[in-house]
Design a protein around this ligand. Structure first.
Ligand SMILES: [Fe+2]
Ligand SMILES: [Fe+2]
Length: 275
């Protein structure tokens, strides 16, 4: 089974590259299941129902989010309507929407996706480790599902790596999101969990983490906010991770980084293309 995870979609440029490339990637490389983090898809801040639907129409089977999930207030309403929409699972009880769900992939496999927010330098939610352990304890690989994907939306690289090792051998894929910069440590951990500290963003890399760079530069040098942050609107790159999973164990065999478009190192991915 082949999974594709795409990092935080930022603004119109990010949406455009996903819409342009994702359908072809799914067809060409036969991805059975696609997860896209959409927390910055609406002008860099949050996601609307229409934009969520656009990501689904482009081929996402599940859209995860993070700390920006409620920036567009309509998300509080539509979050509960769409079972392919996830917000971090460790929000307080009673928060709209869901933080995990089981989906059927194109090959018939049942895939549990969990979206969780880190605790370091992030909004104070419930313990991310306890929250994920509870979820995969009640729906394990070979138990309630055939594969598990965890999106750890966190600032600290150490916390994301800790989550990877915490779940090594119990999840198929653990990926970090939120920092919008792809890390070079994509690999399969010792016990078979595919891992990458941050999958990067789908957005314009001629920017400061997807935001138009003039205002961050002004603020850094003058210490005076003079405009709102807005998404950079130049050509975007697609960034993520492709994973080949052993159907019999639900664990990863190998990974391939996805880096397509301007602004990223030309590590043209093979997208696991041996088929
Ligand atoms: Fe983000
Ligand atoms: Fe975030």
């Amino acid at each position: 089974m082949r999974l594709l995870f795409l990092g935080d979609v930022v603004g119109r440029s990010g949406r455009a590259i996903v819409a342009a490339l994702l359908p072809g990637l799914i067809e060409k490389h036969r991805f059975d299941f696609v997860v896209v983090n959409g927390e910055n898809a609406a002008g860099g801040f949050g996601i609307t129902e229409e934009i969520f639907q656009g990501l689904i129409d482009a081929g996402a089977d599940c859209v995860t989010t993070g700390n920006h999930v409620w920036d567009q207030r309509e998300a509080l309403i539509f979050a509960s309507r769409h079972d392919r929409f996830l917000r971090p699972i460790n929000y307080p009880p009673g928060t709209p929407g869901r933080g995990a769900n089981v989906y059927t992939a194109r090959n018939g496999a049942r895939i549990l996706v969990v979206n969780v927010m880190g605790a370091i330098f992030m909004p104070a939610l419930d313990d991310p480790f306890a929250a994920v352990a509870r979820e995969i304890g009640s729906c394990s690989i070979g138990g309630g599902c055939d594969a598990i994907v965890v999106d750890i939306h966190a600032e600290a690289t150490s916390e994301k790596q800790t989550m990877g090792h915490f779940l090594d051998g119990r999840a198929s894929l653990v990926v970090g999101t939120h920092t919008h910069v792809p890390t070079a440590d994509y690999r399969v951990l010792k016990n078979g969990t595919a891992f990458m500290t941050d999958v990067g963003m789908c957005g314009d890399y001629d920017s400061v983490i997807g935001m138009e760079k003039d205002e961050p530069l002004r603020r850094a040098t003058t210490k005076i906010p003079s405009a709102r942050f807005g998404p950079a609107l130049g050509p975007a790159a697609l960034s993520g991770l492709a994973v080949d999973i052993d159907d019999s164990t639900g664990l990863a065999r190998r990974v391939s980084p996805v880096r397509m478009g301007p602004g990223l190192s030309p590590a043209e991915p093979d997208l696991l293309d041996h088929c």
